[in-house]
Design a protein around this ligand. Structure first.
Ligand SMILES: Nc1ncnc2c1ncn2[C@@H]1O[C@H](COP(=O)(O)OP(=O)(O)OP(=O)(O)O)[C@@H](O)[C@H]1O
Ligand SMILES: [Mg+2]
Length: 356
């Protein structure tokens, strides 16, 4: 079944991209199309909090769409016409990050030949998106905390206190709770940021959405290069639906972009089109799927551990992550399931909340 054809999404999509290039598929359709209860919850929460000035912390694995969510919150906020400034806290070394955030005065350090307006000042009246906040150095964490509390700071090498009105959205692909418990992230900053927290589930925990997104990317990339591309064949759909997607939506997107390029025009997309040049994609990028070199990509692994892990994940999804119910589905005791969950390092946001 092709979900998007069913919804005539390709037409809608084209219309949107022509008329409103500022809106992505994500903002326009994903909330409506997603069949994942977790995603629905995230959107209803976004609806409720977007127009407030509450600090939002977005947590989720790499490639789950945190940046898009931050942008969606900003777009729905009362500050949507005000500056939206992004800082990647992991990209800059400590001393540069501070000057980037707070600005510096001329002569503050060697090389500071002129003064510099930092991101907090640039974002005044609007929103500051602190991306990869879990990677921030402890001394910068302390300074950020002060700004959040006082909405005021001084430039590096400066004297004057500068007041700003900035709404903060922060994101990280680290488990900030764990970072805090192990002392790498300040407790006070954690609680300060944690006013509203969105846990974006990894793609393998919203497997209902894999094919919806895959179809969307197939339409999108085909339209971009004006190529007639057929549907995915059944094997490919199974392959997509069963992969564990360690790189999440980014991985899916890249994979489909490539498949659309290599597939023969007017042909269905087959498993062969999903393979990376010379290598089985699922071996190169997949955490769980190993490769049988001679046979190329294969969905039906015989590796017992992989089968077990897949069965456990599917059972947990079906039972909405209630371990007792999943154990019943699997025909094992809850204790045995718990042991295997630890063994395979399977985790889910709802478990943390209950145990915290
Ligand atoms: N719902 C969605 N619909 C369409 N595209 C999406 C969706 N979610 C994510 N993407 C795409 O997936 C890619 C990764 O998304 P994004 O950059 O927001 O991830 P991230 O969570 O910030 O990852 P990282 O932690 O690595 O920075 C982007 O190309 C984005 O456009
Ligand atoms: Mg990101």
């Amino acid at each position: 079944m092709n979900y998007l054809d069913e919804l005539q999404l390709s037409d809608l999509q084209q219309e949107v991209e022509q008329q409103r290039p500022d809106l992505s598929f994500f903002e326009t359709y994903y909330p409506k199309l997603s069949r994942s209860p977790e995603i629905q919850k995230i959107y209803s929460l976004i609806d409720k909090i977007a127009r407030s000035n509450a600090t939002v912390l977005i947590q989720g694995e790499t490639g789950t769409g945190k940046e898009l969510i931050a942008g969606a919150i900003q777009a729905q906020s009362l500050r949507s016409r005000e500056p939206y400034v992004t800082v990647n806290c992991a990209a800059l070394p400590e001393h540069l990050l501070e000057s980037e955030l707070f600005g510096h005065e001329r002569g503050a350090f060697t090389g500071a030949v002129s003064s510099h307006v930092g991101k907090f000042e640039q974002a005044d009246g609007g929103t500051l998106f602190l991306d990869e906040i879990g990677d921030m150095h402890p001394s910068t964490q302390a300074k950020i905390l002060r700004v959040l509390q006082e909405q005021a700071f001084v430039r590096v090498g400066g004297q004057r206190t500068i007041n700003v009105d900035v709404r903060i959205i922060a994101a990280t692909n680290r488990d900030l709770w764990e970072e805090m418990e192990s002392g790498r992230f300040r407790t006070d900053l954690y609680y300060r940021l944690n006013v509203v927290t969105l846990h974006v589930p990894p793609l393998r925990e919203r497997s209902e959405d894999i094919l919806i997104l895959a179809d969307y990317f197939r339409h999108k990339f085909a339209a971009e290069i004006k190529k007639q591309v057929g549907d995915f064949d059944d094997e490919t759909r199974l392959l997509l639906a069963n992969h564990s997607w360690p790189g999440n939506i980014r991985e899916l997107r890249n994979l489909i972009e490539r498949a659309v390029l290599v597939v023969n025009p007017n042909h269905t997309v087959t498993a062969k089109d999903l393979a990376m040049t010379g290598k089985d994609y699922f071996a190169a990028g997949g955490r769980d799927r190993r490769r049988d070199e001679k046979r190329g990509p294969s969905l039906f692994t015989l590796n017992l551990e992989e089968l077990e892990r897949t069965a456990i994940t599917i059972a947990l999804q079906r039972s909405r992550w209630v371990q007792k119910e999943a154990a019943a589905l699997l025909g094992i005791s809850p204790r045995a399931l718990n042991y295997k969950i630890t063994q395979y390092k399977i985790s889910h946001a709802s478990w943390r909340k209950n145990s915290a």
